[in-house]
Ligand binder design. Structure first.
Ligand code: PEP
Length: 244
């Protein structure tokens, strides 16, 4: 269960969140719990989660290890801070910051080289869904992002299916719509890497996940977890998603 805080919360608000959140999930050993705060607050998050099972991740990274790339951060920097995860190609990165499948591919490789677990985000927009293009979009995002990966390296990545029309809109995909897309994604993994990696691959659903819809989504066999935006900002609501 992963929370994407987007561009919300200061360092002080980060500490206040974990002060309330940590005890609420202290008994939750059934899943991994990850929070991805803005990168400037990762240190505060790492500090506030020390000694707990809660892990932290970046929301983005650059593919070079270091250099003259003003404004960017590397996988090694995230790792050195104590983070284990990084979101790659979140739809907001694709929509507002020109993230492409090719950039995502380079970032996935760099994340793996740094020892991070990339969470590769894919998903169609409303127009693509309404014109029947969902499978085509997913296929090109997936094959573009994982191009050149061996099955062994692929086994270290997590995929997040996030239909753009469901992100931050309150319009969650029905469990059936989400299940169909997850099935399609797992079929693509099977085609590319084989049956075992497909069965083992974790595919998260993201898009307006809330405490009152998590149960129906998680009942679908191909949905292995959730990537949660808005509802991860509130400790009670994210804890009830984790503990559903
Ligand atoms: C997200 O930011 O990845 C997300 C799914 O947002 P929300 O849960 O707010 O739709």
């Amino acid at each position: 269960m992963a929370g994407n805080w987007k561009m919300y919360k200061t360092a002080a608000e980060t500490c206040a969140f974990f002060h309330k959140f940590n005890p609420l999930v202290a008994g939750s050993a059934h899943c991994e719990i990850v929070i991805c705060p803005p990168s400037v607050n990762l240190s505060a998050a790492v500090e506030a989660t020390r000694g707990t099972r809660i892990e932290t991740g970046g929301q983005n990274m650059f593919w070079e290890k270091e250099g003259a790339f003003t404004g960017e951060i590397s996988g090694n920097m995230l790792k050195a801070l104590g983070s284990k995860w990084v979101l790659i190609a979140h739809s907001e990165r694709r929509q507002y910051f020109g993230e492409t499948n090719e950039n995502a591919r380079k970032k996935i490789l760099a994340a793996l080289d740094s020892g991070l677990t990339p969470v590769y985000c894919v998903g169609e927009n409303l127009d693509e869904r309404q014109t029947g293009g969902t499978h085509q979009v997913l296929e090109s995002q997936l094959t573009g992002g994982w191009a050149g990966l061996s099955a062994d390296r692929f086994s270290k990545i997590v995929i997040a299916y996030e239909p753009c029309w469901a992100i931050g809109t309150g319009k969650v995909a029905t469990p059936e719509i989400a299940a169909e897309a997850h099935r399609f994604i797992r079929d693509q993994v099977r085609k590319q890497f084989g049956a075992e990696p497909a069965a083992a691959c974790r595919i998260l659903y993201g898009g307006s996940v809330k405490p009152d819809n998590i149960r129906g989504l998680m009942a679908q066999p191909d949905i292995d977890g959730a990537l949660v935006g808005g509802a991860s900002l509130d400790p009670d609501s994210f804890a009830s998603i984790v503990n559903f």
